[in-house]
Ligand binder design. Structure first.
Ligand SMILES: [Zn+2]
Length: 278
C-alpha cells in the first residue's frame, strides 16, 4: 500500500488503484485525530463508547482532507451478515451523524453514483474495496469470520455484476489491514462451520492448528479466494498484508485492545469531475 499525508491526516491507499485518478480509495489509520484514551485518536466509529462529538470531528477532518462533504459519508449498519445494498443518491449520507440511519442490516455497499463516498469501519475485520473502471462502479464489503463464512466478498462481486453489468475481469480489489492469521485464533465451532460451507480441503488451507490444538484462521486468503472464485484476476487483487494486532499503534485492533477500542475505516468514492486529492 501507499502512505499518504494531507495536512495532519495520514492514510493508506492501494497502489493497485493508483492509475485511476477518478476514484478515491483510502484506508485510514488511528493517527492524528481528536479522540482520547483508548480511542486515541482518529476513531471513526460511533457507538463504541467514544465521545460522539470527537468522532464527528474526526469524520469531518477525514472528509475535508479528501475534498469530500462530511455529511455525504455513507455507512452500513454492519451486523456480520451477508446483505449487499445498492446505494442510490437518496441514501447519500446515511449513517453520517448517527448509526440509527445507517443502511440497516447491511455489510456491503455498492454504487455507481458519483460523489457518493462509501465507508466501512473495522478493528480487525477485513474491509474489501472494489472498483470497476469500465462500468465506473465501486463497492466496499465488511468481512469478519461470519461475513467470510456468509460469502460476503463473493456476493459483493455478484451484486456489481447484476446491478451494473460489471465484468469481474475488470474489477480491481483491495483487502485491508486486518487481523493476520498468526493472531486470529478461533474456536473449533468456527472451523467446523467453515468445513461445512467450503469443504474440508479448502478449510485445511485456511485454518491451521498449532501444537496446542489452537486453530488459526486466515481471513486474507479466505476472502482472496472468494474474489478469485468470482473471476477477479489475481493481478487485480491487492493484499495489504498488514496485521492490526501486530500494529496497534497504527490501527485499532479489537483483539489487541481487548474489545475497548475505536474503528478505522476504508472509503471508496467515484468522482464526478475533480480528481482525488492525493
Ligand atoms: Zn499479528
Amino acid at each position: 500500500m501507499q502512505d499518504n499525508k494531507i495536512g495532519d491526516l495520514e492514510f493508506l491507499s492501494y497502489t493497485r488503484f493508483e492509475a485511476y485518478r477518478k476514484v478515491t480509495n483510502v484506508v485510514t489509520t488511528r493517527m492524528a485525530g481528536r479522540s482520547a484514551g483508548v480511542y486515541h485518536s482518529l476513531n471513526l466509529g460511533l457507538g463504541v463508547g467514544d465521545d460522539p462529538d470527537a468522532v464527528l470531528e474526526n469524520r469531518a477532518m477525514l472528509a475535508e482532507a479528501l475534498g469530500i462533504e462530511p455529511l455525504s459519508l455513507t455507512f452500513a449498519e454492519q451486523v456480520h451478515g451477508s446483505k449487499v445494498a445498492v446505494v442510490k443518491s437518496p441514501s447519500r449520507g446515511r449513517g453520517a451523524v448517527t448509526n440509527d440511519d445507517a443502511l440497516s442490516k447491511t455489510d456491503a455497499l455498492v454504487t455507481n453514483v458519483r460523489d457518493l463516498p462509501l465507508m466501512v469501519l473495522i478493528a480487525d475485520c477485513v474491509a474489501i474495496s472494489f472498483y470497476d473502471p469500465h462500468q465506473n462502479a465501486v463497492g466496499l464489503a465488511h468481512a469478519g469470520w461470519k461475513g467470510t463464512l456468509g460469502r460476503i466478498a463473493e456476493l459483493t462481486v455478484a451484486k456489481m455484476v447484476s446491478a451494473f453489468g460489471c465484468d469481474p475481469a475488470d474489477i480491481v480489489a483491495g483487502i485491508s489491514p486486518s487481523i493476520g492469521r498468526g493472531h486470529y485464533d478461533v474456536g473449533e465451532e468456527v472451523v467446523d462451520a467453515f468445513r461445512k460451507e467450503f469443504g474440508r480441503q479448502v478449510t485445511n488451507d485456511l485454518a491451521q492448528e498449532d501444537m496446542d490444538g489452537t486453530c488459526y484462521l486466515d481471513l486474507w486468503a479466505a476472502n482472496e479466494s472468494q474474489l478469485l472464485g468470482q473471476g477477479i484476476p489475481a493481478e487485480n487483487i491487492a493484499l495489504a498484508e498488514m496485521c492490526t494486532a501486530c500494529h496497534p499503534g497504527r490501527f485499532y485492533s479489537h483483539r489487541h485492545d481487548s474489545g475497548r477500542t475505536g474503528r478505522f475505516g476504508a472509503l471508496v468514492m467515484l468522482h464526478a469531475t475533480t480528481s482525488r486529492q492525493y
